[in-house]
Design a protein around this ligand. Structure first.
Ligand SMILES: C[S@@+](CC[C@H](N)C(=O)[O-])C[C@H]1O[C@@H](n2cnc3c(N)ncnc32)[C@H](O)[C@@H]1O
Length: 383
């Protein structure tokens, strides 16, 4: 299988923590969508295997009007490469999810999964981080989406926000659990350079929890969600598990994101979108105007990097330290020169002795203690 990502780089306003490519302008939307369609039509032949998942991400895709979404779908869905889609997700923000808009998404588009950017159920925190919705808006959006027939809903939450402690985070998790949704992405706040958050922390106007407290919020996330029926299948990803039918692998894992983690090729369309074809990574220019102009005039609008054996191995390690399935020695032996497996075995031995990695047949997974220092472990295993 393969996957398709479409980037919609428009947001009403920028959140203080965000460094994803987006713009608050509404200009050029029609031209941008035309450019997306053109890029897809020009690149669809790159796909060698059926595209099974489509993810429309942002930015904020739900800033698109109903007409704009219909126009985009009308032009891309006519392509036979998209006849096999199984999971079609749109990232949605609560403030855009009126009853009318949800009804439209459900009844007039093929979208079958919503990923709602809630971030927090605490109204004071929502204001601090620059969100446009309230806790009440978020809960209403989820409930209405459920009533209108969406049965695969994910929400994004962020912990370790400034002024957040375990009690406040637990309240967030409880609210999320009570919504009976299928998936939760819970991210630890990362402070990216050049964001407003970074400046406010440097100036001392916002403070983050100490490292120990941050680890406790991570542990709490795992304990609470796994005790409440969620499968923890990737560092930040939790999918509801039906223990009677699912056999330890939830039906509600994000198929699209899983393809990123399973070495599946994907094409990413739009400004700043990334693509991967097993041998190369490519990324489009992160500028709406230039993207449109270059596509229109047939000029190069992307850069490409050829992946070396070392790059591929290192990526395998980074992903393997994040996913439930872990790292697999047989796969390393099959896909990389023998020196890689030797290096891996030498390093893994001392990590097992330190109780940072668990071995199960030929699979190696981080222990919970290991997860606290996942980046350090990945660096030790990398070449
Ligand atoms: C592309 S963003 C989605 C944006 C979406 N339109 C919104 O406004 O919620 C994907 C998710 O990444 C997470 N995220 C973005 N920046 C982050 C940061 N600096 N630290 C932690 N999580 C972040 C948020 O949970 C966000 O919903």
């Amino acid at each position: 299988m393969s996957a398709l990502y479409i980037h919609i780089p428009y947001c009403k306003q920028r959140c203080i923590y965000c460094d994803f490519y987006s713009s608050a302008t509404k200009e050029d939307k029609k031209d941008y969508i035309d450019a997306l369609i053109q890029e897809f039509k020009e690149r669809k032949s790159e796909v060698k295997e059926p595209i099974e998942t489509l993810y429309i991400g942002g930015g904020t895709p739900t800033t698109l009007s109903k007409e704009e979404i219909s126009y985009l779908f009308k032009h891309i869905l006519e392509e036979k490469e998209l006849y096999n889609l199984k999971e079609i997700t749109i990232e949605a923000n609560p403030e855009n999810l009126s009853k009318d808009y949800i009804e439209y998404l459900k009844n007039h588009t093929p979208i079958n999964r919503l990923s709602i950017g809630i971030q927090s159920f605490d109204n004071a925190d929502l204001i601090t981080i620059g969100r446009k919705h309230s806790k009440e808006d978020a809960i209403l959006a989820v409930k209405q989406a459920q009533e209108l027939g969406f049965n695969n809903i994910s929400i994004d939450l962020i912990y370790n926000l400034p002024q957040m402690d375990k009690e406040k985070w637990l309240k967030n998790l409880k609210t999320a659990k009570d919504l009976n949704i299928q998936h939760i992405s819970a991210y630890s706040l990362t402070v990216e350079e050049k964001t407003i958050l970074h400046k406010l922390i440097e100036k001392g106007e916002l403070t983050l929890a100490k490292e120990d407290e941050q680890i406790e919020q991570y542990d709490l996330t795992i304990t609470y969600l796994t005790n409440n029926g969620f499968e923890h299948y990737e560092t930040s990803s939790f999918a509801h598990l039906n223990t009677e039918t699912d056999n330890n692998t939830s039906l509600y894992r994000s198929k699209h994101n899983s393809s990123y983690w399973n070495n599946t090729p994907y094409i990413g369309i739009g400004a700043s979108a990334h693509s991967y074809n097993l041998e190369q990574r490519r990324w489009n220019i992160a500028n709406i105007k230039e993207y449109i102009q270059k596509i229109k005039n047939n000029l190069p609008y992307y850069e490409i990097e050829n992946l070396s054996t070392k790059d591929k191995y290192n990526e395998y390690i980074i992903i393997g330290t994040r996913i439930k399935e872990g790292l697999n020695l047989t796969q390393i032996e099959a896909n990389f020169p023998p020196t890689y497996a030797t290096h891996f075995q030498t390093q893994i031995k001392s990590l097992i002795e330190k109780n940072l990695i668990d071995k199960n047949h030929t699979n190696y997974r981080l222990t919970q203690e290991g997860e606290h220092i996942a980046n350090t472990i990945a660096i030790e295993l990398m070449r």
